[in-house]
Ligand binder design. Sequence first.
Ligand code: ADP
Ligand code: MG
Length: 348
Amino acid sequence: SPRPIPKRILKLDQTVVNKIAAGEIIVRPANAVKEMMENSLDAGSTDIIITIKNGGLDLIQIQDNGCGIRKDDLPIACERFTTSKINSFEDLTSLSSFGFRGEALSSISYIAKVKITTRTADAVCAFQMEYGLGQPLGLGKLCAGNVGTIITVENFFYNNPVRKSILSSPTEEYVRLAEFVTKYAVRYPNVGFTLKKFGQHVADIRTPPSSSTLENCKLLFGNTITRELVLVEGETDKYHCKVAGYVSNPNFSIKKITFLLFINGRSVDCNKLKRSLELIYAAHLPKNGFPFIYLSLELPPGLIDVNIHPTKAEVYFRFEEEIISFIVTLVQSKIMASQTSRTFTIQT
Ligand code: ADP
Ligand code: MG
């Protein structure tokens, strides 16, 4: 066959580049909800209210009582790579925020219609601006509003019918985004989380601000599970890794594993750790029984690379084997201790 004539290499138009990136970062409504919840937490909010219409496809609204966005910054808030969180690459080593790459709002504005209403503490009223493809639509306007931010995202994937058609049903998309809200509500009991469907008065998730992990577990997973939870706390001798959380005791099981893992405040997956913990429970639980596991790890920033893709939840860290083996031993000792104390209570 004849050799093809090489085509010229051309630089893609910036809008095309941003559109491609947006599709990678925001795969489904749950990604948008997670990114915006993290922004609200970064803004120091103590109350976050999320309203969803049609699984997020028609509307995602997130209202917080955080620090708000300055009026002067609003025109570039949805531009790609604009952030208030870092100035230099070195800042990543001491990062204390979720965000840093300035891509979330931009990506969302490339796949949906975005409207931001926000007010800072020193402003006399709120300001509202709408966005499309990273840019403001119009000059914005003054309006009434409390200190904090309301972001509405409408018409998800309006400009990408293929992507829209491969999403699951609105019910399934709602389940996925509710999972993120649940996880964050467990990890951040000082913040109140509300998740409701548009037009519904009763929220599907509601945790009060300044609650506790166990109180929130009760609200989110029910009394039955919460009564069976054992506190897990410990710190490695080496590496300065701290572990805290709650796991179900070995006399109790659920039909499907619940595994909530956070590292340095971020919701992550770590299949190696998950499988190792499942193994220790397998020795105690009936064949189709699984544990509830919630663990929050604090690792020194030097052991973990935060600069991974936002949708890539699986993490890898240094000294993984040692740290996982420490956690497994710790959990094992706590659940065994809970069993002994249980036997002891029954006997006396
Ligand atoms: P990043 O979080 O990586 O900085 P985002 O695109 O998620 O990038 O947000 C861009 C900027 O918009 C943030 O740096 C922050 O200054 C501002 N912002 C976004 N959401 C909120 C919010 N809910 N409250 C206050 N500021 C916000
Ligand atoms: Mg962000």
